[in-house]
Ligand binder design. Structure first.
Ligand code: TRP
Ligand code: SF4
Length: 402
């Protein structure tokens, strides 16, 4: 079984090159190594766009088409829509009961976004809960890794704290004690005594050696006892560490170094700033946009030399051009040997070439909207199987199984 990766994206408009290079490209790559779950975070979009949900509705399937066009493969990745799985909302509600208000108020993106998105009223209960909803998304699939940008690191950190607290609060109890004894009883008498000695030693001294010895017993049981399950190992690991049962495992953030692709004006690329190149912009649109892109302001005239470090076009060359081209740019810019339009042409060519397979795949999918719906349907049902099982465990752990 490959470790699970989970990530989501908010459907708030057509995807642009910033989405592709900042996230999607990485999502595509992760498919080779992980059991990938990717979803449309429409509930998260509602936390900021609750006044205009039409934007969300019209973006959902368009976004999935952009994903598929970029190379997400529905045979390897589970693609689904968050709101189609009420389990997300249910786990969010249950986690909310024991999550201290301060944990949410202190998440750096909270005040930050309220400041930035001044035109929206974000003094809502839903927006405060944004990172907790994200925690529910992640924990419900027991994801091992969450590929996110630097700005989302604090949300994964909160998710870890929420999981730890949940396991601490509900991963104990009588039912658990019974399960632990049953698992222990399957070990040989000698192993039982030995395991218990290591558990006590670890509890009293925290010695790593005792922990390792106890874990070795579990590993031996896993490979030697017929019918021993991963659940049995998990139970005894919790018993050994004194941490109770891990019902919701802690995920890890997966940060990848991505070269920043700025917008046409040098600021962060964003559709709402009107500085974006969309994944599905036509070649002449790309040409027009890049040609009017800002450059180093020092290059007022053709024979004024420039500094690529002060020019957003250079950031594009860092993503799109080979060594030789970058050499040509650097030389030509600093000596006024080339003009800016000349400099921009290889970038235009590279973007148009990159988009070619996207455009072709998107055109095929647009001609067959049923197929896209079917992909999402199949992914949603696959996700539902996992989400339902987790919710069963969660309800049981919280004593909601009456
Ligand atoms: N908050 C994420 C973003 O804005 C989207 C998201 C929602 C997400 N739920 C998630 C990302 C779970 C990773 C895992 O980019
Ligand atoms: Fe920017 Fe290229 Fe013009 Fe230099 S020559 S300012 S790098 S566009």
């Amino acid at each position: 079984m490959r470790p699970r990766v989970l990530s989501g994206m908010r459907p708030t408009g057509a995807l642009h090159l910033g989405h592709y290079h900042g996230a999607l490209k990485n999502w595509v790559r992760l498919q080779d190594e992980y059991d990938c779950f990717y979803f449309v975070a429409d509930l998260h979009a509602l936390t900021t766009h609750y006044e205009d949900p039409e934007v969300i509705g019209s973006s959902v399937y368009d976004m999935v088409i952009d994903w598929l066009a970029a190379g997400l493969d529905p045979d390897r990745s589970t693609i689904f829509i968050q709101s189609r799985l009420p389990e997300h909302s249910e786990l969010f509600t249950l986690l909310a009961m024991g999550t201290p208000l301060g944990w949410l108020e202190r998440v750096p993106t909270y005040k930050d976004q309220i400041e930035k998105l001044k035109d929206r009223d974000l003094a809502t209960y839903g927006f405060l809960g944004y990172p907790l909803l994200q925690a529910a998304d992640i924990l419900i699939y027991k994801a091992a890794f969450v590929p996110v940008g630097e700005d989302q690191a604090s949300h994964v950190e909160l998710t870890r704290e929420v999981a730890r607290r949940f396991n601490h609060l509900y991963g104990r109890g009588e039912r658990l004690a019974g399960q632990v004894s049953a698992a222990l009883a399957r070990l040989s008498k000698d192993d039982q005594r030995y395991f218990d000695r290591q558990r006590k030693a670890f509890g009293q001294t925290g010695a790593a050696e005792a922990l390792a010895k106890g874990e070795a017993v579990i590993a031996r049981a896993a490979s030697g006892i017929a019918g021993w399950s991963a659940g049995d190992s998990e139970l005894l690991t919790g018993h050994l560490r004194g941490s109770g049962k891990v019902i919701l495992p802690e995920p890890q953030a997966l940060h990848t170094e991505v070269p920043k692709l700025p917008g046409l004006d040098g600021a962060k690329m964003s559709k709402s700033y009107g500085n974006a190149i969309l994944m599905r912009d036509e070649p002449d649109e790309v040409t027009r946009k890049i040609r009017r892109m800002v450059t180093d302001p020092a290059r007022v005239h053709r024979n004024d030399p420039g500094n690529p470090e002060k020019c957003p076009v250079w950031d594009f060359h860092k993503v799109y051009s080979d060594e030789a081209t970058r050499e040509w740019v650097w030389q030509g810019c600093t000596t006024a040997g080339i003009g800016c339009l000349e400099c921009k042409q290889p970038v235009i060519d590279a973007i148009v070439a990159e988009q070619k397979p996207w455009r072709e795949r998107a055109a095929a999918l647009l001609a067959e909207p049923k197929k896209v719906h079917w992909i999402v349907e199949a992914g949603t049902e696959r996700a539902r199987t996992v989400a339902k099982q987790t919710m069963k465990d969660v309800r049981e752990a919280m004593g909601l199984n009456y």
